[in-house]
Design a protein around this ligand. Structure first.
Ligand SMILES: NC(=O)c1ccc[n+]([C@@H]2O[C@H](COP(=O)([O-])OP(=O)(O)OC[C@H]3O[C@@H](n4cnc5c(N)ncnc54)[C@H](O)[C@@H]3O)[C@@H](O)[C@H]2O)c1
Ligand SMILES: [Zn+2]
Length: 342
């Protein structure tokens, strides 16, 4: 159906069913398929479609997969099956699986080829695209998310819209927040599709367009020095709100986008109310009343990761016209107030 390239590094195929052949031709002799419980049926189909022997490794579900212990266990399996330089690792599952598969591929034998078959909407429009891989690491009593990782593009990403359409509503909503984000920073047609059709906006419109936004941004700024930052729309405050309010990532990004829209409204007259209405109509939260303002501000300050004193946020002058700018503490307060955090 659609083929999207990130330079000559990564080829993304969006279609119905799995592409055939699934992997680009190579001299590989075996494949390790990493997956998770919720995606094991797709992983079985992937293993069956390959032209060489496949070892299927089922990781623990969700974030429990993204640990050094799990990665160590995968290395042991790769050693047992003698996975060598010309061979391939395939991650079949949500973002946790593709993060681990990519990290293992980047580090095993100092780097082997890998491919991703994202089975969640968030994985398809975000996690599997762009070559960031990583795991979580315990630091003191806390777990630092994505503290250890590598930039390592999958050779191919195969997205099956049929299986994404079958996702339960909660998983669909998680990805909707990121797909809408891609539209807000880079493609008005995505926003229009959600306005017109609500949460059931056709994935054949939304997915390839959201993938193209991320692929284009990442293609020009692989290691996140500049433009890649626009993909953080809704995330500066969203990450902090996720932790403090105990929301899922997609829900917190929705609240974060509503907050960033409030600042965008003050600076640029962005129609924030329309975005809030849209988020609401998609079943996403637009406020996190009850979250501690102090706790959110502390986390925002900590999240700056030594990048200077000022907090920078992605703002919208209009749909698909983002800017990354320093914001004052008054503006942050106003943004938090707009989402019920006082
Ligand atoms: N590398 C990146 O650039 C990047 C970007 C965004 C997010 N991420 C990472 O992605 C992760 C979140 O991704 P996620 O939400 O896909 O998480 P996930 O991998 O935890 O999957 C969520 C749930 O969906 C289930 N599932 C998967 N496929 C299914 C299917 N076809 N049907 C039914 N259930 C299915 C899984 O078993 C799991 O319980 C986080 O760890 C985040 O850090 C990475
Ligand atoms: Zn996100």
């Amino acid at each position: 159906l659609e083929r999207i390239l990130i330079g000559d590094q990564c080829e993304i195929l969006v279609g119905r069913g799995l592409p055939s052949p699934l992997l680009p031709p190579a001299r590989r002799r075996r494949v390790a398929v990493l997956t998770q419980p919720g995606a094991s049926a797709v992983a079985g189909r992937v293993a069956g479609a390959l032209e060489c022997p496949a070892e299927v490794v089922v990781l623990p579900d969700r974030e429990a997969a993204k640990t050094l212990e799990v990665v160590g266990g995968v290395y042991a399996r790769l050693a047992e099956i003698n996975l060598a330089r010309p061979d391939t690792i395939v991650g079949v599952g949500g973002g946790t699986v593709t993060d681990v598969a990519g990290f293992v591929a980047a580090t095993w034998l100092r780097g082997v080829e890998w491919a991703a078959v994202p089975t969640t909407l968030l994985g398809a429009v975000d996690a599997a695209i762009g070559g960031k891989t990583g795991i979580n690491v315990d630091v003191g009593s806390a777990t630092a998310k994505n503290l250890v990782g590598a930039f390592w593009h999958p050779r191919r990403v195969a997205i099956d819209l049929d299986s994404l359409e079958a996702l339960p509503a909660g998983l669909r909503r998680e990805g909707t927040a990121e797909a809408l984000k891609a539209g807000l920073v880079g493609d008005p047609a995505i926003v229009e599709a959600y306005r017109r059709s609500g949460p059931d906006a056709p994935l054949d419109v939304v997915v390839p367009r959201a993938v193209r936004v991320k692929a284009e941004v990442v293609g020009g700024d692989f290691r996140e020095g500049g433009r890649r930052a626009i993909l953080n729309f809704g995330h500066t405050l969203g990450h902090a709100i996720e932790t403090v309010a105990g929301l899922s990532h997609g829900e917190a990004v929705a609240v974060g986008m509503a907050a960033a829209a409030a600042v965008s409204a003050r600076r640029y007259g962005f129609p924030a109310g329309r975005l809030v209405d849209l988020l609401f109509s998609l079943g996403l939260p637009v406020a996190a009343a009850g979250a501690s303002r102090r706790a959110v501000l502390d986390l925002v300050a900590r999240d700056k990761k030594g990048t200077g004193d000022e907090v920078r946020m992605v703002l919208l002058r209009a749909v698909a016209d983002p800017v990354v700018e320093a914001v004052s503490s008054e503006e942050i307060d106003a943004a938090l107030a707009a989402v019920g955090i006082h």
